[in-house]
Design a protein around this ligand. Sequence first.
Ligand SMILES: [Zn+2]
Ligand SMILES: [Zn+2]
Length: 243
Amino acid sequence: MKPGIRLHLVSTTMASTTSSCSYCGNPPESPETALQRCGGCKFESYCSTECQRRDWKSGHKQQCKIISLDKTAEATAAKCNGETVKGVRLTCTKEPGGFWEVDIPSNHSMFDGPLLEVPAILDVPLVIHRVGTQSNNRVDLDCQIATFLNITYRDGMAPPEWQSHVGSCLVARKDKKPLSSQHLEAVWMYIDRILDYFGEEGPREAQKLINREKFERWLENYKLAEASRGRTEWADVGSLYDL
Ligand SMILES: [Zn+2]
Ligand SMILES: [Zn+2]
């Protein structure tokens, strides 16, 4: 069995090896029969429908979604002809502010980076970049929102390099559509809720929340609640999916 999904190390432009099954590792049954490629991502290949079915259940369902979203985002980004992309700077404890809406050069290398896993399963193609904040006091470099954005679907933990001393970060959409601070807050606060479930109910219950439909429904309530607390900017926040 695969140890859950971890896309951070996988480049979608790298062709999967076609000589062995992505699930069991066996070669095709005979030299004449080819392995079957996954129709969704066209990345993984299988020796049998049984292996495909098992891999789907053991994590490829989410991985496939991320790979497909990554390809779509790259195709959309390629049509972007603006010089800058609207994104958000997340500040670590050293700098004041929290969220700053910023213009990021559209040729920034961050747009070639991997998608954040949980946001991607929510159908939001986000990429993140550490700006390299320095401080002698390492506690100054904590950036809890960046840690939250980096949790994995499998266990709700961020990889070690995202757990502390992260420094300030830039966050943007890989499709280069504008990312508002409200939209990023929505993703962050929804992950905050998911983490409560990981802590209290366990991964299976938490993972049930990691889907777009539930996120959209939650966001409608969050918008109303924030607007009624006097945060008027929330009254007309639009969908993250219709930009
Ligand atoms: Zn197989
Ligand atoms: Zn697939």
